[in-house]
Design a protein around this ligand. Structure first.
Ligand code: NDP
Length: 280
């Protein structure tokens, strides 16, 4: 029997076991996928080996720990600096990052995207940046604080520098009517912050969002399972919207196929995993 698991902390919310076990069941495979609550990322390798796993997914906050224990890395993992999928082959740890492609496949269906704005500058933004740049999509990043990483963005803005770039004073934004001032640079606005996950916060000041959303076409939120304040605002501005569920399922499909050496069709795995999701 093949043994797989997802490592994280917290982990009880993870729907990965449901997705993978449904694919295992439908494909009639001799395998099982569990979830492991890990206290310390330093124990990842030892726990993986002790449990006799063949492969695993890694979620927050251990993607960097996973990156560090791998003997081989795929191009995406190397560039992004984090690993969400590990496969043990010939006693060597092979590390992959399927978040990036999972995200890109999810936004492809929107239509043509010439320029995007990513809100947030954490680990998920690193994955999004890599895949947008790789596919020639221009993008800027807007984050509440400065960051030192190189995101391959055309521009990295804080709220203050973003306003300055568009000839606005951040401190007087409430006095500017968003009806009269609209920023038209972006087709797609992405929420890659955790604002809206466990609270009702917007990922950037409403005054800024009210200036950029009216001229954009699409809004994507990495958060799934709820209509976040960001998606609600985007809908109010008549944008086509999508939450993070498809990104999550896509990364699971890609990971599952890595577990099995790309033996199965992505479309088939995806169909089975979506059936599992419908059980929710
Ligand atoms: P990180 O902790 O690495 O980064 C969080 C980012 O959000 C930082 O840029 C942080 O700003 C910003 N932020 C947090 N709170 C606020 C707020 N109230 N207002 C404005 N900005 C805020 O998180 P990740 O990049 O790992 O995850 C980001 C989101 O993506 C999460 O909601 C996560 O659930 C989701 N996700 C979805 C996946 C999917 O498959 N659908 C996969 C992975 C993640 P600062 O830098 O100033 O602290």
């Amino acid at each position: 029997m093949q043994k797989f698991a997802v490592f994280g902390n917290p982990i009880d919310h993870s729907i990965s076991p449901k997705l993978h076990n449904m694919a295992i069941l439908k494909l009639n495979l001799d395998a099982f996928y569990g979830r492991i609550l890990l206290q310390n990322g330093e124990n990842l390798k030892e726990t993986f080996l002790k449990l006799g796993l063949n492969a695993a997914n890694i979620t927050l906050p251990f993607k960097l720990d996973a990156f560090k224990i791998c003997d081989f890395l795929d191009e995406a993992a190397k560039n992004i600096g984090s690993v969400n999928t590990i496969v043990l082959k010939d006693k060597k740890f092979h590390g992959y990052n399927t978040d990036a492609l999972g995200f890109y496949k999810a936004i492809l269906e929107f239509g043509e995207i010439k320029k995007a704005l990513i809100l947030g500058a954490g680990g998920t933004t690193m994955a999004m940046s890599y895949i947008l740049a790789k596919n020639g999509v221009k993008f800027d990043i807007l984050n509440r604080s400065e960051k030192s990483q190189n995101f391959k963005a055309e521009n990295f803005y804080t709220y203050e520098s973003f306003c300055e770039n568009f000839g606005l004073n951040f401190k007087n934004l409430d006095k500017i009517s968003s009806q009269n001032f609209k920023i038209s640079d972006y087709d797609l606005i992405i929420n890659s912050t955790s604002a809206g996950l466990k609270d009702e916060n917007l990922p950037a000041p409403k005054e800024i969002l009210d200036m950029i959303l009216p001229n954009a076409k699409f809004a994507f939120d990495a958060i799934y399972g709820k209509i976040t304040p960001f998606l609600a605002l985007a809908k109010k501005h008549n944008l086509k919207t999508k939450d993070g569920l498809e990104m999550l399922v896509n990364q699971a499909v890609l990971a599952f196929n890595l577990f099995y050496d790309n033996k199965f069709s992505e479309a088939e795995i995806s169909k089975f995993m979506h059936e599992a999701e419908n059980l929710k």
